[in-house]
Design a protein around this ligand. Structure first.
Ligand code: PEP
Length: 251
C-alpha cells in the first residue's frame, strides 16, 4: 500500500552519544502516533543502539547505505544482512552523495537493492538530476536511466521499495524544488513505473521528495497528489524541525 513517509538522513553527523540523545528526543516528541510513517536513517555504528531505544510502532530505523556484496573479504564494508541484524528495517540506496563521491553506478545499485530486499530491508532508492541536467531539461531522461537499477526487480520485489526523488541542486543548498516542479517529475516517475509494472503497482508506490525540505515548505510539497512525503537531511538533525515536517501530515 502507498504510504506517507517522512524519513531522516543523518548523513555523517552525530557521535554515538549525540545520536542516541537525538533518537530519544524524537521518540519523546512523537508521543502521539504521527499521521505518517517516520524513519530515521543513521550511520551504521548507531543502528544497534538506536533501534531498541525508539518505539517501533512510531519510528523505523534504517542505514544510509549497504555493501553490494553479501559477505567476505571486503574490508570496511557493511552488508545488508549485518544492517538487518541490528533490527533496522530500511536502507537508503543511491543517494546522490554516494553516486557522486563513491562512484555508485546503476549496476552497483542494482546489486545493493537486491541484497537489501533479500535481507528483508526496505530500500529507499534515491534518484535525481544535477543542476546542469535540469537546466538542459534532461531531468526525465536522467531519472529514467537511474531507475534501471530497480527495473530488473520482479513486480513483487518492486512493490517493497520506496522511491525518493532528490534534485541534487536542492540537497543541502536551501534551494527547494517548487511544488509544481516536484509534482511534475513525481508524476513522470509514477508513469514510468506504471509503464513497467502496471497502474496498480505504480499507484501503490511511495515517492518521497528530498532537497531542503523544512517545516515551512513541507505541507505545500506533500499536498501534491504524487508526493508521498519527504527524505530529510539537515532538518532531520533537529527534533523541532523534523517534527515540524512530520506535522505537515497532521494539519
Ligand atoms: C538529503 O541529503 O537526502 C537531503 C534531502 O538533504 P537536505 O534536506 O539537507 O537538503
Amino acid at each position: 500500500m502507498r504510504k506517507n513517509i517522512v524519513a531522516g538522513n543523518w548523513k555523517m553527523n552525530k557521535t554515538l552519544q549525540e545520536g542516541i540523545a537525538l533518537a530519544k528526543e524524537l521518540n519523546e516528541a512523537l508521543a502521539e502516533k504521527p499521521n505518517c510513517d517516520v524513519v530515521i536513517c543513521t550511520p551504521f555504528i548507531h543502528l544497534a543502539s538506536v533501534t531498541p531505544l525508539v518505539d517501533a510502532a512510531k519510528i523505523g530505523v534504517g542505514a544510509e547505505n549497504c555493501a553490494d556484496k553479501a559477505s567476505g573479504a571486503y574490508t570496511g564494508e557493511v552488508s545488508a544482512e549485518m544492517v538487518a541484524s541490528t533490527g533496522a528495517k530500511y536502507v537508503i540506496l543511491g543517494h546522490s552523495e554516494r553516486r557522486a563521491y563513491y562512484g555508485e553506478t546503476v549496476a552497483i545499485l542494482e546489486e545493493k537493492v537486491k541484497l537489501a530486499l533479500a535481507n528483508g530491508l526496505t530500500p529507499i532508492f534515491c534518484i535525481g538530476e544535477v543542476l546542469e541536467e535540469r537546466e538542459a531539461n534532461k531531468q526525465n531522461e536522467v531519472v529514467a536511466a537511474q531507475m534501471e537499477s530497480v527495473f530488473s526487480l520482479s513486480p513483487e520485489d518492486f512493490s517493497k521499495i520506496v522511491l525518493a526523488y532528490e534534485p541534487v541542486w536542492a540537497i543541502g543548498t536551501g534551494k527547494t524544488a517548487t511544488p509544481e516542479q516536484a509534482q511534475e517529475i513525481h508524476a513522470f516517475i509514477r508513469s514510468i513505473v506504471a509503464d513497467k509494472y502496471g497502474k496498480e503497482i505504480a499507484d501503490n508506490t511511495s515517492i518521497l521528495y528530498g532537497g531542503s525540505c523544512k517545516p515551512s515548505n513541507a505541507k505545500e510539497l506533500f499536498s501534491n497528489p504524487d508526493v508521498d512525503g519527504g527524505l530529510i537531511g539537515g532538518a532531520a538533525l533537529k527534533v523541532s524541525d523534523f517534527k515540524g515536517i512530520i506535522d505537515a501530515f497532521n494539519a
